[in-house]
Write a new protein. Structure first.
Ligand code: ZN
Length: 254
């Protein structure tokens, strides 16, 4: 079992059960109820009299502290069954209660750390269900506390969504959406010579000058963020004839 390579500061707490008795299949996100640096958080968990710890902490600068190695169970969520199977993360608040709040840097690093924990521990997906049947849990489900605080609590569905996007490699849904809605336009040329044709999505036009292609491409690119597709077809494999036939057929039926 490994620890995250995202760690900036390590101060191992004596408040832990070593080793944990369950494989890691959960993440529990807490808030510090204060704007603690990773060093200060480490000092809080350092005395054994404190009887509390977390695997990781993230401060408002987005720095990551390691206090209990992943192979060990932290004393964090007031529930030993949860903590034996969870990696626990404390996030600093940059605003006070009862609303609380976390910096963008801390939230970005939290997503990154969750993705890293899932990948290394082969957790395919963070499933936020709003109760303990899922694998993204909160402290308040196990004890009388408002942890993780109103702000972080409201972010749990979003956190799971962001982490899962990164785990599945779907990081840029906006671009995909755009591609799906893009018009079916293209340029094509036959046998790499002669006229360039422009299919505007409905009709084919023969372009008289290369600048016509350039200006059409500029407009297309401004709207779609990429060059218009340019196909090079062969007269012996006449895909352009198939295209023209399909276009004519549409016109006939109208
Ligand atoms: Zn907590």
């Amino acid at each position: 079992m490994s620890n995250s390579a995202l760690v900036d500061y390590t101060k191992i707490s004596p408040n832990k059960t070593s080793p944990r008795n369950h494989k890691i299949d959960r993440i529990t996100i807490h808030h510090m109820a204060g704007n603690l640096s990773v060093e200060t958080c480490g000092n809080v968990f350092a005395p054994s009299s404190r009887q509390a710890s977390a695997n990781y902490g993230i401060d408002s600068d987005g720095r990551v502290g390691l206090y209990v190695e992943e192979e060990d169970r932290s004393w964090c969520s007031s529930n030993k069954e949860n903590d034996h199977r969870a990696v626990t993360i404390e996030v600093a608040d940059n605003a006070g209660g009862p609303e609380w709040g976390c910096s963008d840097k801390a939230m970005d690093k939290l997503i990154e750390l969750c993705v890293d924990i899932c990948k290394r521990n082969r957790i395919a997906k963070l499933n936020y269900t709003g109760d303990t049947s899922g694998n993204l849990t909160m402290h308040k489900w196990f004890a009388s506390t408002d942890c993780p605080g109103a702000y972080l609590e409201s972010k749990f569905p979003w956190i799971a969504e962001q982490v899962n996007k990164k785990l599945s490699g779907e990081e840029e849904p906006e671009q995909k959406e755009e591609g799906r809605n893009a018009e079916m336009q293209c340029f094509y040329q036959i046998d790499e010579q002669g006229a360039v044709y422009w299919f505007d999505g409905q009709k084919v036009h023969t372009l008289a000058h290369s600048d016509e292609k350039n200006v059409l491409n500029d407009i297309y690119k401004a709207n779609n963020g990429k060059d218009m597709p340019f196909f090079h077809w062969q007269s012996k494999a006449p895909w352009y004839k198939r295209l023209l036939a399909a276009i004519d057929r549409v016109v006939e039926t109208e």
